[in-house]
Design a protein around this ligand. Structure first.
Ligand code: NAD
Length: 496
């Protein structure tokens, strides 16, 4: 079955070294999580395909018809990619919706963000300056940056088109060749992006897109001697394994990993805004978001009122067909993932938690056919409970009361993760003080889950290393080189 614009997908083929052909591994189906119908069948990449893609990328990079372009010439191609994404905005958003079941309003936002990302890094590379450094002798000193060579980009299934763009745009802008390995279960948007890059004029071999198994294709890319950097977004344990292998090769890596982000509601917060922001923070994307605000700390003096309001509002969320404009939560990605979420809720109850809402699959309106799960809130646990410490990656919120700033900070920071946090208060001095003390890479104050491509993003602690986005995001895909230009008329003194 093919629901898609033929200019975006090439039947069962993948993109290896500039050629569209079926991968040499197994056939697999991309499934629509809302009703389990088949979107498309793809032949996955094998280790041999991955090896060919890396070799083609290395050749293409050395051939220099991409890396050797002037920055403004590469920028022109990136702008073209952005234009092509925008001209197919709706088709790409529908493709992304079918591939991972996110509501259409959200996938439209992801596609727009992908186009913006290409534009932003086009502007970066065109305007980046190198520096003359202060000389300390009879020479002129310069610092310049070169591409790394072949970059492997490995991405997860929750927001493929946006996370692919966040790696492809800066890596290509910097003059690298890229082998992209999307999650096996959500390959469609990544393959569509490959077609767009090809059409925009990215030279043959500079980009490959290899849907396939992480343990085969991903592992080969990480170990391959011609791969000079891995930029990875995914789970913490896989990221840790990549870091170990990278240490052997002394290879730079960027890791965007998991989270269990705290959201804090102080007694002086605008409670309407806070209820709305907390719901959005945890339940948008059905909680399948690394930055989901999964642990909620509420000041004890407003705890009962806030929890009642939040629970009523959570029960009114529209959970259903992702093709409807007003759907707030679609299905989870797979049956297996829903079972994991269910196991965590059962564990939370065993640990002494009280279910305030959700905790089950919704029925009616055809939802039995999909992997739906209701927005779920648990209370009555301590921050040490496993359900408060481990990433669930689903629509499950745990609520805890707090008494003062010191005990709040102790609990909020008591986590192996350090990705993001939210603070709701009218007291800007307290927001600043608490925000500075939180051990996380991003802090939202009186808002949540807002993103700007011009602001760096990344995790502390087990949530990752390296930064994406922001002007300096492109430097993560470059290596620095120093030049000394001798200005002496006479030979170096030592030789005399
Ligand atoms: P995952 O770690 O299972 O997979 C991510 C990617 O890594 C996939 O393409 C997978 O095939 C590949 N992979 C798996 N094993 C590999 C190996 N041994 N070597 C190389 N590659 C391998 O994660 P997932 O389940 O797809 O995604 C969910 C996770 O991603 C969550 O933990 C979430 O928090 C995290 N995430 C983080 C961010 C961020 O920016 N920090 C954003 C989105 C998702």
């Amino acid at each position: 079955m093919n629901h898609f614009d033929d200019s975006l997908l090439q039947s069962d083929k993948i993109f290896i070294g500039g050629e569209w052909r079926p991968g040499k591994s197994h056939a697999f189906a991309s499934i629509y999580p809302a009703d389990q119908s088949i979107n498309a069948e793809i032949r996955a990449a094998s280790a041999q395909d991955a090896n060919e893609a890396v070799e083609a990328a290395d050749l293409a990079w050395r051939k220099a018809d991409w890396s050797g372009l002037k920055p403004h010439q590469r920028a022109a191609v990136l702008h073209k990619i952005a234009n092509l994404i925008e001209s197919r905005q709706e088709a790409l958003a529908q493709l992304q919706r079918r591939d991972n079941g996110k509501p259409i309003n959200e996938t439209r936002g992801l596609v727009a963000s992908a186009a913006n990302t290409f534009r932003y890094f086009a502007s970066c590379v065109e305007t980046l300056e190198e520096s003359l450094t202060p000389a300390r002798g009879d020479y002129m000193t310069m610092s310049v940056h070169e591409p790394l060579g072949v970059v492997a980009a490995i991405t997860p299934w929750n927001s493929p088109i946006a996370s692919d763009a966040q790696k492809l745009a800066p890596a290509l802008a910097a003059g690298n060749a890229v082998v992209l390995k999307p999650a096996e279960i959500t390959p469609l948007a990544s393959l569509a992006l490959a077609r767009i890059c090809e059409e925009a004029g990215v030279p043959k071999g500079v980009l490959s897109v290899l849907p396939g198994k992480g343990s085969v294709v991903g592992d080969l890319l990480v170990r391959h001697p011609l791969v000079k950097k891995v930029s990875f977004t995914g789970g913490t344990e896989v990221g840790r394994g990549i870091a170990r292998l990278a240490a052997e090769k002394l290879m730079p890596i960027s890791l965007e990993l998991g989270g269990k982000s705290p959201t804090i509601v102080f007694e002086d917060a605008d409670l309407d805004h806070a209820v709305n922001g907390v719901l959005y923070g945890i339940f948008s994307s059905s909680g399948e978001s690394c930055i989901a605000g999964a642990r909620l700390f509420v000041a004890r003096s407003i705890y009962d009122e806030f929890v009642t309001r939040l629970t009523h509002a959570a029960q009114r969320l529209r959970v259903g067909d992702p093709s409807h404009d007003d759907t707030q939560m679609g299905p989870l990605i797979s049956a297996q993932h829903r079972e994991t979420v269910e196991r965590y809720v059962a564990l939370g109850l065993e640990e002494g938690g009280r279910l305030l809402c959700g905790g089950e699959r919704p029925t009616g309106e055809g939802r039995e056919a999909g992997f739906y799960y209701l927005p779920t809130i648990l209370a009555g646990l301590t921050n040490e409970a496993r359900i408060c410490q481990e990433e669930i990656f689903g629509p499950v919120l745990v609520i805890l009361p707090f008494d003062d700033d010191a005990s709040l900070l102790k609990q909020a920071n008591n986590s192996v993760f350090g990705l993001a946090a939210g603070i709701w208060t009218r007291d800007y001095k307290r927001a600043w003080r608490i925000g500075r003390a939180l051990e996380t890479g991003t802090v939202w104050i009186n808002t949540y889950k807002q993103f700007s491509i011009s602001t760096p993003f990344g995790g502390w602690k087990d949530s990752g290393m390296g930064r994406e986005k922001g002007y300096l995001g492109i430097r993560e895909y470059m290596q620095q080189k120093s030049f000394y230009w001798g200005l002496n008329d006479s030979p170096l003194a030592w030789a005399n």
